[in-house]
Design a protein around this ligand. Structure first.
Ligand code: HEC
Ligand code: HEC
Ligand code: HEC
Ligand code: HEC
Length: 113
């Protein structure tokens, strides 16, 4: 492949990748990025190679006692259920579409940010 072709290929690939990432409305990294939360705030390193520990989430957002308060009053509280203290990262994905683990059994109208 000529080097100019390679350049064009790499450019298109990068553009497509950027599109895939920005098109994901529920991707949390964007919101954390807006709030100036750095990689190392979650990952405890500037060169992450594994998922951030859930303890990082709790340092900033508190534990279940706190998040339960934030989302009370609705028909169903995602932070207060018979499943107990589910790992935050099971629902709140940082680099991917978030998901509601309850949905495997229930049909709640909840959108996970
Ligand atoms: C708000 C916390 C948070 C921030 C900010 C964040 N991450 Fe993550 N990262 C996670 C979590 C949680 C996972 C686990 C997968 C997921 O939730 O998407 C993860 C997964 C990863 C993984 C994949 C590890 C694996 O083996 O699965 C890499 C690589 C990574 N992050 C790099 C980064 C980089 C680079 C930045 C900064 C640009 C960053 N992360 C910012 C929380 C965060
Ligand atoms: C360094 C502090 C910090 C860490 C660590 C952190 N967050 Fe956040 N998070 C914030 C800030 C700041 C915001 C934006 C303002 C807000 O909504 O509170 C935010 C927003 C959020 C929101 C709300 C998004 C919305 O659309 O309302 C969720 C959910 C969330 N974080 C979950 C997590 C999870 C899960 C982790 C761990 C993987 C995590 N955060 C780690 C600071 C942090
Ligand atoms: C079962 C899935 C699930 C788990 C596990 C979960 N959340 Fe959530 N979370 C949600 C949903 C759904 C919402 C949105 C609720 C709504 O819109 O009323 C939410 C909202 C939030 C918000 C935004 C609340 C607001 O109104 O400002 C924060 C912050 C948050 N979660 C943090 C956490 C943290 C920290 C943990 C772990 C300690 C956690 N969540 C565990 C499903 C989950
Ligand atoms: C493995 C399947 C399963 C999962 C996952 C699951 N549930 Fe349930 N849930 C049930 C069953 C079974 C019942 C009892 C039968 C009924 O009332 O539908 C129930 C009942 C409930 C009820 C009504 C009864 C009560 O305890 O007050 C609520 C509210 C509820 N679940 C919330 C949740 C939430 C929130 C999640 C996610 C954090 C979740 N469930 C995840 C199976 C599940």
């Amino acid at each position: 492949m000529r080097s100019s072709n390679l350049f064009i290929f790499v450019f298109i690939f990068a553009a497509a990748l950027a599109l895939v990432f920005t098109a994901n409305a529920n991707e949390l990294k964007g919101k954390h990025k807006e709030a100036a939360v750095a990689c190392a705030d979650c990952h405890k390193t500037d060169t992450p190679d594994k998922p951030a520990p859930v303890t990082s989430c709790k340092e900033c957002h508190g534990g279940y006692a706190e998040v339960k308060e934030l989302t009370k009053g609705g028909e169903v509280n995602p932070h207060d259920s018979h499943l107990g203290e589910v790992d935050c990262r099971d629902c709140h994905k940082i680099h991917a579409q978030s998901q509601l683990v309850c949905a495997s059994c229930h049909n709640f109208e909840l959108i996970v940010p």
